[in-house]
Structure formats: structure tokens, C-alpha cells
Design a protein around this ligand. Structure first.
Ligand SMILES: C[S@@+](CC[C@H](N)C(=O)[O-])C[C@H]1O[C@@H](n2cnc3c(N)ncnc32)[C@H](O)[C@@H]1O
Length: 337
């Protein structure tokens, strides 16, 4: 049972919700220890799992059985195997691996959520390191990039389907596009487009590696700089995905204005984020908004109405929004020709 369906009118339901962080930690730990990766090789009994993962043994059966109850594992007699979701999405090294995000949650978000009270009292982030420290440490930056790759791997095909204007344009620029995971997918799906990423200069070697790995070095380019102080290159389609939620409302307004300048006449700005609807937001999006409280200086998710206001004030001629994937909203803002 998930927190959205827990019956919180009864003590048992309230206690179940209060303990749901334990289910989450059981999953985070399973990814950290490589449980699903090892079980991908084949089903195993508890003793074999203990040996392979180098565990003590105490608590092991309970942890495995808990993962059975939440349907990440299946049990047959005394052997455990991956459930279909775990086998598809949580096996390290596979193309559909989304564990990069989960690994980051375990390292960064889980301890930060332990300090939610402090964050609510002070308004200060609680993750223990700012983003500058992340980008200046190549090892930690690589972990951050893996977690972004995990998200764009899922979101890329959804964005490619949700927006139907790719064929009318020649160039796409992903602002805050990390190592180019999204733009590579767009250019592969629509090979007539040339793709570019604007991101902090420290992303450059990771971008080069990705472009080479995808065989796209002649189709993709990287522009290093800060979007607060450096000019953006221009393009027909400009993307701002999971970027605005890192910043406060004034900074979001500034970035939308800046993006307006970089969209060619007749072009579009595509913005996606876990946008909120103040009357009734999804639990998942409120959680991500609180993640932003915990890990950024002023960021939060925001409403479509707020973004519409920034886009219209910047000069966009029309603004439409639609659902993207399970939880994101895509806003398409058109610039007059
Ligand atoms: C949350 S990630 C989003 C990545 C990607 N767009 C996605 O959808 O997964 C935010 C991105 O903004 C970049 N970024 C942060 N500050 C920046 C700045 N001042 N100038 C340019 N890029 C910046 C980060 O390096 C990171 O790649």
C-alpha cells in the first residue's frame, strides 16, 4: 500500500504511513548493495545472497521478505529472484537502469529529509554541500550526472512523443542539459535536427564522452557557461527541463526571459518540471518540491500559472501546457515569427 492510499483515519494507517520511510530505505539499501544486480544472474537463497553481498546475516531474511512484500523481489521456496520491475530498471549497467537517481537519493536526499524540521524552521538547505562543491568534485559530479541520466532515460521518449513540432524546426538547444542525455535522444529520433547543450563548463568532458558513445559528435555541440551571466546560443527549439525548480521565483522569471531571447523567431520554448497545482498536487511532485527545499538555496516546484505569467511577460505569443509522463508537466511557449 502506498502513502497515497493509506487509510489515515485509523491508527494502523497512520502508523503504516509513519513507517513508510523504512520501506523506502529497504529499497535504497538494496540498490546500494547491488542486490538486484546480483539476482539478475539468477535466483539465489539467503545464504548465497549473504556471501555474494558480504553481509552479516542478521536481518537478511526479513529485509529480503520485505522486498518481496513490496513486490521488488519474488520468492519461490527458499530462493529469491528479481520481480519484473526490479529486473528491468534496477540492474546496474543495463540501458534501462534508473538506479542512478536512487543511489543519489540514498546518499543525499535520505539524510537531508532527516533534517526536514530544521529546513522548515530556517528555510536553509540541509544537504551538507552546495552545487558548486558537487560540480567541482569530478567523482561526485559523475554521480550527479548518473542520476540525471537515469531521469532523462525515462523522460526522453515521453518528451519526444508529447511534443509534435520537431519536424518543423532545424535546431534544438537544451539549457541545463547536463551531459546531453536528452538532446542525444531527440537528435536520434529526429535526425534532421542539430542539437546543443548549454551547461556549466565542468560538464564538457562528460558531454564529449556521451556524444562519442552515441556516435553523434558531428550532430551535437556543447556551450559552457552560466545561464545567469553568459549569453545563450540561439535555436529554434529551446528546452528548460528540471532546471527552473532549482531556483527561486525571481530567478525563474529571469531564466524564462533569457530563454525568450535565445529562441529564434517562430520557434518554441519547451519547459518541463514536476509542476504543482495548489488546489490538488500529486504527492510525488510535492515530495520533489520539498527535495528542492532541502538541497537548493531557493528552489521549489511552481505552478503552471506562475510559469505562464513569466512566459507572457517575456513576450511569448502563446503558452500551452500538457501532462508529460506520469508526473511532469510540459509547457510549450511559442515566439511570434
Ligand atoms: C536538475 S539538472 C537538470 C538536467 C536535465 N535538464 C534533466 O532534465 O535531467 C540541472 C542542470 O542545470 C545545470 N546548471 C546549474 N546551474 C547552472 C548555471 N548557472 N548555468 C548553466 N547550467 C547550470 C546543472 O549543471 C544541471 O545539469
Amino acid at each position: 500500500m502506498t502513502s497515497t492510499t493509506t487509510d489515515t483515519s485509523r491508527p494502523a494507517g497512520i502508523l503504516r504511513l509513519a513507517n513508510s520511510f523504512c520501506d523506502a530505505k529497504a529499497l535504497l539499501t538494496a540498490v546500494e548493495l547491488g542486490l538486484f544486480t546480483t539476482l539478475h544472474e539468477g535466483p539465489a537463497g539467503a545464504e548465497e545472497i549473504r556471501e555474494r553481498l558480504g553481509l552479516h546475516g542478521r536481518g537478511l531474511a526479513d529485509w529480503l521478505d520485505l522486498l518481496v512484500e513490496v513486490r521488488l523481489l519474488e520468492r519461490e521456496g527458499d530462493r529469491y529472484r528479481n520481480g519484473p520491475g526490479a529486473d528491468r530498471y534496477l540492474v546496474r549497467g543495463s540501458d534501462s537502469y534508473i538506479g542512478g537517481f536512487i543511489e543519489r537519493s540514498n546518499r543525499n536526499l535520505y539524510p537531508a529529509w532527516g533534517r526536514l524540521s530544521e529546513a522548515l524552521r530556517t528555510g536553509e538547505p540541509q544537504s551538507g554541500s552546495d552545487f558548486e562543491a558537487v560540480v567541482n568534485n569530478p567523482h561526485i559530479l559523475a554521480q550527479f550526472i548518473n542520476s540525471m541520466d537515469a531521469l532523462t532515460r525515462v523522460l526522453g521518449p515521453q518528451l519526444i512523443d508529447a511534443y509534435d513540432g520537431w519536424t518543423g524546426y532545424e535546431s534544438v538547444l537544451d539549457v541545463g542539459g547536463c551531459r546531453g542525455g536528452l538532446v542525444a535522444q531527440i537528435v536520434k529520433a529526429h535526425p534532421h535536427l542539430s542539437g546543443a547543450v548549454f551547461d556549466l563548463p565542468q560538464m564538457s568532458p562528460f558531454f564529449d564522452e556521451k556524444a562519442a558513445e552515441q556516435g553523434l559528435t558531428d550532430k551535437l555541440s556543447f556551450h559552457g557557461g552560466s545561464f545567469f551571466t553568459d549569453p545563450l546560443p540561439s535555436a529554434d527549439i529551446v528546452v528548460l527541463g528540471h532546471v527552473l525548480h532549482d531556483w527561486d521565483e525571481q530567478q525563474r522569471k529571469f531564466l524564462v526571459e533569457k530563454a525568450y531571447e535565445s529562441v529564434n523567431p517562430g520557434g518554441v520554448l519547451l519547459v518541463y518540471d514536476r509542476m504543482l497545482d495548489r488546489a490538488s498536487s500529486r504527492v510525488e511532485n510535492l515530495v520533489i518540491s520539498l527535495d528542492m527545499l532541502l538541497v537548493t538555496d531557493g528552489g521549489s516546484e511552481y505552478t503552471v500559472a506562475e510559469l505562464r505569467g513569466h512566459a507572457e511577460a517575456a513576450g511569448f505569443a502563446s503558452v500551452e501546457d500538457r501532462l508529460l509522463g506520469d508526473d511532469d508537466t510540459l509547457v510549450v511557449a511559442r515566439k511570434a515569427s
